[in-house]
Design a protein. Structure first.
Ligand SMILES: NC(=O)c1ccc[n+]([C@@H]2O[C@H](COP(=O)([O-])OP(=O)(O)OC[C@H]3O[C@@H](n4cnc5c(N)ncnc54)[C@H](O)[C@@H]3O)[C@@H](O)[C@H]2O)c1
Length: 273
């Protein structure tokens, strides 16, 4: 295991809801690698209590912020900067939610007010975090900003509904803000496209458990866990990946470039018997 990959680095980690969250694992890995950071989540998630336990374990604080509110993000950056004693080297956007998915509305029967909400929470909030960071000039040179995506941004899946478009917007924001921020201040912006993962957000998708098993069979390395995703995120926050920007990086055990695996064919043949 590498040591102190993030020594001296400061940042903000959004989206740790419970011990399954990708952000939760990221906080533990970032702490292990010597980073200092604050945690944040929507005020409503705060009531569930678990995030305070993580903060205690990481020796840090939680600053509530709704990522769709520019005012909340401004306050988050001000308070985090004061607590950490300086600007940030990394930001993690680990936020996703679709009311249509959550309430079981099919793709042919979307509630358009909820579609706006899905896009705002899951994608536009990433732009807001970047824009407020740039306006307040709170990111250091070579800072690394990561958001989490899913392959349904680029390929059609029957169950991902309006989250597919939300993720497509998210990935586009990473490219376009990456261009701008790279030129302005050598800040890099990327998305990581993660395997299906058993979290609150993941399990909210219809038929998740079956698809999780299918994806494992369709990936030469199997599904990437939340913990391994956290390790990849930490690598992307480190100085070893300084020239990577404006990319959508697959962290999926090889799923995205696999046509079919023998295991899937065998499972299909067995199911016909
Ligand atoms: N779980 C999967 O299968 C999977 C796969 C690929 C990508 N992702 C993405 O990973 C990210 C993290 O999700 P997760 O799987 O760890 O699930 P999770 O449910 O643990 O995390 C989602 C987080 O978003 C937060 N959130 C929702 N609305 C918010 C708001 N308005 N302001 C601030 N925070 C808000 C929630 O409180 C929660 O902490 C999401 O972007 C998700 O789409 C997940």
């Amino acid at each position: 295991m590498p040591e102190n990959l993030l020594k001296g680095k400061k940042g903000i980690i959004t989206g740790a809801l419970d011990e399954n969250s990708i952000a939760w694992h990221t906080a533990l890995k970032a702490k292990e690698q010597g980073a200092k950071f604050v945690l944040t989540n929507a005020p409503i998630a705060m009531r569930m209590g678990a995030i305070q336990d993580l903060a205690d374990e990481c020796g840090t604080i939680v600053i509530p912020a709704d990522a769709t509110s520019v005012e909340d993000i401004e306050k988050l950056y001000d308070e985090a900067k004061e607590y950490l004693g300086g600007n940030f080297d990394f930001l993690l956007h680990s936020i996703g939610m679709s009311p249509n998915v959550r309430k079981g509305r099919s793709y042919g029967d979307l509630n358009y007010d909820w579609v706006q909400k899905s896009y705002d929470v899951s994608a536009v909030s990433f732009h807001k975090m970047l824009q407020v960071a740039e306006k307040k000039d709170v990111l250091n040179e070579w800072a690394s900003v990561i958001a989490l995506s899913y392959i349904a941004a680029e390929r059609a899946f029957p169950f991902y509904s309006d989250m597919s478009e939300a993720k497509a917007i998210l990935e586009s924001i990473a490219r376009n803000y990456g261009l701008r921020y790279g030129k302005n201040k050598n800040v890099r912006v990327n998305t990581i496209s993660q395997s299906p993962t058993k979290t609150v957000a993941g399990s909210g998708i219809g038929g998740f458990d079956d698809f999780f098993d299918f994806a494992a069979l369709a990936s030469p390395l199997g599904n990437a866990s939340a913990e391994s995703c956290a390790e990849y995120i930490v690598t992307m926050f480190s100085d070893f990946t300084r020239m990577v920007t404006m990319q959508n990086l697959f962290h999926d055990g090889g799923y995205s470039t696999t046509g079919i695996t023998q295991e899937l064919i065998d499972a299909y043949v067995a199911s016909k018997k």
